[in-house]
Design a binder for this molecule. Structure first.
Ligand code: SAH
Length: 261
């Protein structure tokens, strides 16, 4: 495409009237990412756009005319486990925006859910708001900065079309929940809890990239089972529900602009 057309396209997308073309899907765990890599028939990019030495992986390809990129922060280079949590999520979000200039970001993954607020195993939620629950700074205004509450990109037409639960998401760097975290999560009015969402939202907001959060419930936080055990027990089955929801959302994009979502 000629540079001038590309500039015009980007201009249109900033205003939300151009058709969506490039999507970045940020996924923390390989088990969550691989089914979608298959669904969209993506391939791993051998010439990663990321700096040399980082474990971050880009899978990409064209699907129904869309440029799809799944970005997985990869395995920790020392310990070999998935690089979950806010630090890796922030870094890959920043680097993906710089390298790929997406029209839209999807942060897809698993989450714990509160049954008292209506969540069940394998429900897929579209987050209406995100906030942090482990950044307590009890000084005026810094307290709000720590919580970092943000409304997510509004997609009324998508919500009408696809049957997803809607709820607030709270993010912190621990899988378990301390009493302090619990109090903050309640103050955030969250239905679901993860380890990446609010971090992705923060970085995307720096660059005004609209972002959607799709989170499938692997464990019930206010249930009787230990979180880590329940998480592992349900991960594979719940990932299938996540895969289906992400596909439905992506299938809604071709030919639509951001303002039509
Ligand atoms: N025990 C897991 C560790 C994964 S950490 C393993 O062996 O691989 C949990 C991941 O799932 C994070 O990416 C997080 O976003 C999400 N998650 C699922 N349930 C969660 C919960 N109850 N609290 C926080 N994050 C949760």
């Amino acid at each position: 495409m000629a540079a001038i057309e590309r500039a015009a396209d980007q201009e249109e997308n900033v205003q939300g009237s151009g058709a969506i073309s490039t999507i970045v899907i940020i996924i923390a765990m390989q088990t969550e990412a691989l089914p979608l890599v298959n669904t969209f028939q993506l391939t791993e990019d051998p010439d990663s756009p990321f700096p040399k030495g980082v474990p971050w992986v880009r899978y990409h390809g064209t699907y129904k005319g869309l440029e799809i990129n799944i970005i997985w922060p990869g395995k920790d280079s020392l310990l070999g486990v998935d690089s979950v949590g806010t630090i890796s999520a922030s870094l890959v979000t920043y680097s993906s925006i710089q390298a790929l200039r997406p029209d839209l970001i999807i942060n897809a993954g698993t989450a714990g859910g509160f049954k008292a607020k209506g969540a069940s195993i394998a429900d897929v939620y579209l987050a209406s708001e995100v906030a942090f629950h482990d950044r307590r700074i009890p000084i005026p205004v810094f307290d709000q900065y720590g919580v970092g509450a943000r409304k997510t990109f509004s997609t009324p037409n998508l919500v009408r079309e696809i049957n997803l639960k809607i709820g607030k998401l709270s993010t912190g760097d621990s899988l378990d929940m301390s009493p302090h975290d619990e109090a903050s999560i309640m103050a955030n009015e969250a239905v679901i809890k993860d380890m990446e969402g609010a971090a992705v939202a923060y970085v995307a907001s720096l660059f005004s990239v609209p972002t959607i959060f799709l989170k499938a419930v692997t464990d019930i936080i206010d249930g009787d089972k230990p979180t880590a055990e329940e998480f592992l027990e349900n991960l594979a089955a719940v990932t299938a529900a996540l895969d289906q929801a992400v596909s439905q959302v992506v299938d809604f994009f071709p030919g639509r602009s951001l303002s039509e979502l």
